[in-house]
Design a binder for this molecule. Structure first.
Ligand code: NAP
Length: 300
């Protein structure tokens, strides 16, 4: 099969096309014919070697967490069923024509939802949902700060925090203010403009990291939590609570809820571009540049 591999860490130029054997599904797994693979910011970080010191990968390594695919065979789903999901974060394998994955990491694509949108949901949706529900366990009436709320993770966090009855303050780029209000934010701040100096937050859900987020976190109530998915740390000095890193986990049940929320129209998942697998290096450049306004999807 055709796959995109890395044989070393580095810039987008280390992504190479290769021929690999079609993987075999192990017990509890399904073999998938990949129709769409989303490019996540983490793919670029794995490619660059950011996690090499504590989670080394062996080469050749096939990147890609998020897939939407048709089941070829195996356990858990009948052949021909359309599924989507987040693959094992260490094993990955999504940038390929076929991948084998545990059935418990996948869910059926609801209704007529297209493959590209389904692929765009998985990691971002799971992270946003899980940060709200498991990370800080948002309660009705609480005030929650969400940073980067127009991004892939942030927009899911905003949706599920509102669903729980929270008052949601979004900290975004100046250019994103109107769009995030249209998504249901109760209040919007421009990230980098300094502390709010107003009503404190019960919790912070961060997808950006860095000092500008830290300056907003000083307005956290005692006992509140700062949960971050970002790899840029929030400086902890002088904050009412230490920032806690949140790691997403694959979940079929959560995916089913996410799929329903998207197919019902409750959450919009923008797809910026669908590109052939061969254009993966350009896809990585675009994701690293930011500002794409939606997911970049690879079509094998
Ligand atoms: N720990 C985990 O399990 C986990 C899971 C998923 C994602 N993540 C991480 O979470 C982060 C967000 O992921 P994502 O998929 O949501 O990325 P994304 O779609 O690029 O969203 C990030 C959002 O933050 C905005 N942003 C970036 N820097 C900013 C700044 N300095 N000031 C204001 N806004 C800023 C971006 O705006 P522009 O588009 O204009 O740049 C975008 O709206 C990434 O670091 C990713 O690796 C971690």
């Amino acid at each position: 099969m055709k796959a995109i591999v890395i044989n070393r860490h580095g810039g987008p130029e280390v992504l190479e096309s290769a021929r690999l054997p079609i993987p075999e599904a192990q017990p509890g797994e399904v073999l998938l014919r990949v129709a769409a693979a989303a490019v996540n910011p983490a793919d670029c970080k794995w490619r660059a070697g950011m996690f090499q010191a504590f989670m080394p990968v062996s080469f050749p390594h096939v990147l890609g967490y998020d897939v939407a695919a048709e089941v070829v065979g195996g356990d858990g789903f009948a052949p021909g069923i359309r599924v989507f999901g987040m693959l094992d974060p260490i094993r990955k394998g999504g940038y390929a024509e076929y991948v084998a994955a545990p059935a418990e990491f996948l869910a059926e694509i609801p209704g007529t939802l297209d493959f590209a949108t389904a692929a765009a949901i998985a990691t971002a949706g799971l992270t946003g949902l899980q940060m709200v529900e498991r990370g800080v366990n948002v309660q009705p009436g609480q005030s929650v700060l969400i940073t980067g709320a127009l991004g892939a993770v942030g927009r899911f966090a905003l949706h599920f925090a509102k669903e729980r009855g929270a008052y949601v303050v979004c900290a975004v780029r100046a250019a994103h203010r109107d769009a995030v209000m249209a998504l249901g934010a109760d209040m919007v701040l421009t990230l980098g403009e300094g502390p709010l100096g107003g009503a404190p937050f019960d919790h912070v859900i961060d997808t950006v990291g860095g000092e500008a987020v830290g300056r907003l976190c000083v307005d956290l109530k005692p006992g509140g939590r700062i949960v971050t998915a970002a790899t840029t740390p929030i400086p902890a000095d002088g904050l009412p609570a230490s920032p806690e890193f949140f790691a997403v986990t694959p979940s079929s049940g959560d995916l089913q809820r996410l799929g329903q929320a998207v197919v019902s129209g409750a959450i919009e998942v923008p797809v910026a571009q669908i590109m052939p697998l061969d254009q993966v290096a350009e896809a990585h450049r675009l994701v690293e540049q930011g500002g794409q306004g939606g997911k970049i999807i690879l079509a094998p």
